[in-house]
Design a protein around this ligand. Structure first.
Ligand SMILES: [Cu+2]
Length: 435
């Protein structure tokens, strides 16, 4: 049995697993740096376009007053972060599929071509529409067979943060990455300077393999925002004082308590649109449940602020769950004996797991092929020891309104960084609870 969460470093096992070879896929996943696919100004659009970090927005053509979009369901080659690629399923070359963006009152026609080898449908999650447009295979429409194209057409009767996903062999198709965001702007523009959207997901990408395993229900290996994991998730960038909204959708198998450092945000909306102010809640962590969307808004304050799921295993990459607890165990001597059976075995974890990244970074400990280290990433002060659903909100005083490029690391004002004042382990006299 392959143990997924492999933090003890079974490089012997990795040699076996690395024989799983990748084959060619039908389409290459590409990241479009500029996610706004429209050449129109915000004024012409009538809204401030949403930005999908690491993703993109689906262009449309206007035909007789109808906005026509075209999705194609297909197998793709996807990179979670450099060092881990997989054959996934998605739309128009990517997972998540492109963000669909329109305005309340629009009539939309969405063509769906099926380039998979099994049938599919698309369900417009949270949208108010005729029953026959709801996309549940067998219930509301016939399945879209391989090679066929179906047309969905309906009027957008609401605004808010919505999603789309298959309602056909849903367990497999979603596990392999078929999902996307569907943003409907209100007719009246909202006072938001930067509008981001992130779709959360989980992947059973067992070490050394190259296809997500759809049978896994709880113990996943990779946790993603827009199908990317740290350190490959783009930063959320803003200028000091701007009003930022982050729309978060969840089509994964877990709830995600999403936490932002350095500010108290308001939870301001969902698939029900932007709530009345009386319904806003001031929070620092908001659980986005499976099948839910939540919008958070805050005024940007300068700094590099961590933004992540607060389930601590959701900010790690692949590791092994089914191993004995090494914490506090002196494995010297035993390590040699295990090496007879597992060549290259390296004991880790006696004093905590931070040494994992040190060994990986130093090249002592090559992991299985096509598998990201459990903890990774470097900041200006050393290893960040994260993975999965972790990125940064980067706020600076001098960022132009439409500049989304990464400004690098924050340079804090003098005397505002925590600093070392002693190396003496017996320094001071910290109080302990009297026994
Ligand atoms: Cu989570």
């Amino acid at each position: 049995m392959t143990s997924r969460r492999n933090f003890l470093g079974f490089s012997g096992m990795s040699a076996v697993l690395s024989t799983v070879a990748a084959t060619s896929a039908q389409a290459k996943s590409t990241v479009t740096p500029d996610t706004n696919m429209s050449n129109k100004s915000n004024k012409e659009l009538g809204y401030n376009p949403v930005r999908t970090p690491n993703g993109w927005t689906l262009p449309y053509t206007e035909k007789d007053g109808v906005k026509e979009f075209h999705l194609i369901a297909e197998e793709i080659e996807h990179e979670f972060a450099p060092g881990s690629t997989a054959k996934c399923w998605g739309y128009n070359g990517t997972t998540p599929g492109p963000t669909i963006e329109a305005v309340e009152g629009d009539r939309v026609r969405i063509l769906v071509t099926n380039s998979l080898k099994e049938h599919t449908t698309v369900h417009w999650h949270g949208l108010i529409l005729p029953s026959g447009m709801d996309g549940v295979g067998g219930l509301s429409q016939p399945q879209i067979a391989p090679g066929e194209t179906f047309a969905y057409e309906f009027e957008l009767k609401q605004n808010g943060t919505h999603m789309y996903h298959p309602h056909a062999d849903e367990m497999t198709q979603m596990a392999l990455g078929m999902m996307g965001m569907f943003i409907i702007h209100p007719k009246e523009p909202e006072p938001i300077d930067r509008d981001y959207c992130l779709l959360t997901h989980n992947w059973a990408m067992h070490p050394g393999t190259s296809r997500p395993d759809p049978s896994v229900m709880v113990d996943f290996d990779l946790w993603s925002f827009n199908s990317k994991v740290f350190p490959a998730i783009e930063s959320i960038v803003a200028r000091t004082g701007e009003r930022v909204r982050i729309r978060i959708g969840n089509l994964s198998m877990w709830n995600h308590p999403i936490h932002l450092h350095g500010t108290s945000f308001n939870v301001t909306g969902s698939d029900g649109g932007r709530w009345p102010k009386s319904a806003w809640r001031s929070e620092s962590t908001e659980i986005v449940g499976v099948g839910q969307t939540r919008d958070i808004e805050f005024v940007a304050t300068p700094g590099d602020w961590a933004f992540h799921c607060h389930m601590s295993h959701h900010t790690m990459n692949a590791m092994g769950h089914d191993i004995p607890n090494p914490t506090g165990v002196n494995m010297r001597g035993v390590e040699e004996k295990i090496r007879d059976h597992l060549p290259g075995f390296m004991a880790m974890g006696e004093n905590g797991m931070a040494e994992h990244q040190q060994h990986i970074d130093a090249g002592h400990h090559p992991g299985p092929a096509n598998t990201l280290p459990m903890m990774t990433g470097s900041g200006p002060y050393g290893p960040i020891e994260m993975g999965g659903m972790f990125t940064t909100v980067k706020v600076r005083d001098d960022i132009a309104p439409n500049d989304f490029s990464d400004p690098g690391w924050y340079n804090p004002p003098a005397n505002t960084i925590a600093k070392r004042i002693s190396r003496n382990p017996n320094y001071g006299n910290p109080p302990r609870k009297p026994s």
